[in-house]
Design a protein around this ligand. Structure first.
Ligand SMILES: O=C1O[C@H](COP(=O)(O)O)[C@@H](O)[C@H](O)[C@H]1O
Length: 236
């Protein structure tokens, strides 16, 4: 259920991933008249988003929505909403409708129900979901041993969005309060793509494949679920 697409350099990865996303989004529009594109934050996908933003797709039919968010305002540092606006929702893609996760609520827990309601109105099945992975084995905002992780990893769960309180680490920085898509929501995507770069993350990915403890490395819940195919894109 895992297909590995490994590239000799990042430029080739960016072009291939942008091509694959574009063709799956167009397929969604052909089949359902509209498409949904779930996007992660982080530094790794930025060149892919910049490339995709220039592609002449019918962007007004493609709803872009976040995979996860830090519980900060759009004007604050670390906002995935602001990052996606600057990287993907530019050029041709400026026409795409966008759904973020941050609600006006003071805490992610308080915003969870509203966030879930908004996500339940997205075109489904989701067409493409781009995931990243941290050096600690997290994906989306499914952080190791986080409060809320067990519920978020319930493959039979009905929630699309879950508030998470991560343990503070070098990876989370001060942003421990998050909103994330649940595993069950991610598995509703027709096409799940995991994007990683560099030798360090390749080692983490290989380590995740070897073990089974999902609390320790939540990326395992994606790699080992056995229900949906996952394509792993990697370049040095
Ligand atoms: O915290 C996060 O990190 C991961 C990976 O980010 P990267 O900078 O190492 O590419 C990302 O997938 C996730 O959306 C983000 O919230």
């Amino acid at each position: 259920m895992i297909e590995e697409k490994f590239f000799p350099d990042r430029e080739r990865l960016v072009q291939a991933l942008a091509n694959d996303c574009a063709s799956k989004l167009q397929q969604g529009i052909r089949e359902h008249g509209q498409a949904s594109f779930l996007v992660s934050g982080g530094s790794t996908p930025e060149p892919v988003y910049r490339e995709l933003s220039k592609r002449p797709l019918p962007w007004s039919d493609i709803t872009v929505a976040l995979v996860d968010e830090r519980w900060v305002e759009k004007s604050e540092s670390g906002s995935n909403h602001a990052f996606i606006e600057k990287s993907l929702l530019q050029n041709a893609a400026a026409d795409a409708p966008f759904l973020g996760m941050k609600t006006p609520h003071a805490t992610a827990s308080e915003g969870e129900a509203d966030c879930g309601r908004a996500y339940s109105e997205l075109p489904r099945p989701f067409d493409v979901c781009i995931l990243g992975m941290g050096g600690d084995g997290h994906t989306a905002s499914l952080f190791p041993h986080a409060e809320g992780l067990e519920a978020a990893l319930d493959v039979k769960g009905t929630q699309l969005c879950k508030a998470i309180t991560a343990r503070q680490s070098e990876v989370t920085g001060v942003h421990t309060e998050r909103m994330t898509l649940t595993l069950a929501a991610i598995l509703q995507a027709r096409d799940i793509k995991l994007l990683i770069t560099g030798e360090d993350k390749l080692k983490v990915y290989r380590e995740a494949l070897l073990g089974s403890d999902e609390q320790e490395m939540p990326i395992r819940s994606i790699l080992k679920q056995g229900l949906k195919a996952v394509t792993v894109y990697w370049a040095p």
